[in-house]
Design a protein around this ligand. Sequence first.
Ligand code: ARG
Length: 458
Amino acid sequence: MKKKLWGGRFTRPTDRAVERFTHSLSVDRRLARYDLLGSIAHARMLGKTSIIPRKESQQLVRTLQILLSNLERGKLRIDPAAEDIHSAIQSLVEKKAGPAAQRLHTARSRNDQVVTSFRLYCAEEAENLRKSIRSVQKEILHQAEAVQQIILPGYTHLRHAQPVLLSHLLLSYLEMLQRDQDRLCSARCQTMEELPLGSGALAGTGLPIDRRMVARELGFSGLKENSIDAVTDRDFAVELLSALSLLSVHLSRIAEELILWSTAEFGFLRFDERLLTGSSMMPQKQNPDFLELARAGSARIIGNLSAMLTLLKGLPSGYQRDLQLDKEILFEALDRAEGMLAVLSVGFHGIRWNRQAMATQLKDESLYATDLAEYLVAKGVPFAEAHRAVGQLLAHADRTKTSLKNLPLATYRKFSAVFGRDAVRLLDPAASVRRKRSAGSTNPAEVARQIRRWKKIS
Ligand code: ARG
């Protein structure tokens, strides 16, 4: 039988099936660093408060620090048979620190230990993910800057709507991703607000621990006020997953747009061949599988959010072993989000835009209908009337299969008397974007301002 943290009460070894089923080392080994950091702070505090002899506290801290440096160098040898990472580290400490190791778990339960490590892990990963978002944003900003002259049709309902600057559209991705960063930031803060360690199994401890000292060392801003809440609460993991879900929804939207634009039908862009994958049967194929998987990733992450909420619903107070599964749910979502960000970053880097394909679409005169209506409004026509007049003008052009550019002024005037010769000048993409003047619009000056702002903050 593998040595457990809890063997005393038992006379017979754990059933093999139960052991296998309850084992979590393969999942929670990535908490090693955070378990060690938590234990270092705990051991130091036990010495400072004279709960354990100072010498033994120092010996524990030293041993744990060696283990941490071994871990960082990829040299920590974790026994694969241990129940979980916390037991595995305890046995390593026992091997290296001798009798002092028997004092490490004083005034501590795995219940407060596990959730402390988990919080530290979540906080650090939220920060890492934020950095990965920034890298994608940098690539997008780089593209937005490079394509400032390019105009494409903006779509609603996937139908031609109004011309917009390609940079403007790309900058809209930056906005989405910035909110994702903010959400990760607040999930991180919330996670580090209150230290659970020192709550023991659920009731606290009779020993004179100093929780504030531990909180300070680990970077928590305060203490969990209630020891039962401390060991039961996983709100922080839900908050993080929910930030990840929204991030993944944004990434899947971006992936879908790029897929669509790279089709033969749109042809707005091509990817570097190294990003594409082939077909085993159709020799001609070069598929954007990487983006399809990025689009699909959100399905898993949203599923994980739902799994976490379902795991927590109806749980009684206090630690329940159900809570062990919180980690694999969150880890999987984090890995997937990181993977999605990584491919989108190379994806944006490897884009070649096809300006000609966009220009071809911009010949559709219906794209300028709203500009024509606003032209009439500027001449005093009520908007509803202008809307109707332009609608009728377009219907007429459609019916007679004539371009608006070739219709005589007299025909325009049949629909609204205030049309002038200058109206045809509106049937032009550059004129269309230049006419926009509201803050945040697709006007080139406005978009250039947005780019300058992004360059300052990134
Ligand atoms: N691996 C477990 C977890 O992550 C450890 C906690 C076990 N605690 C207990 N009281 N049985 O939740």
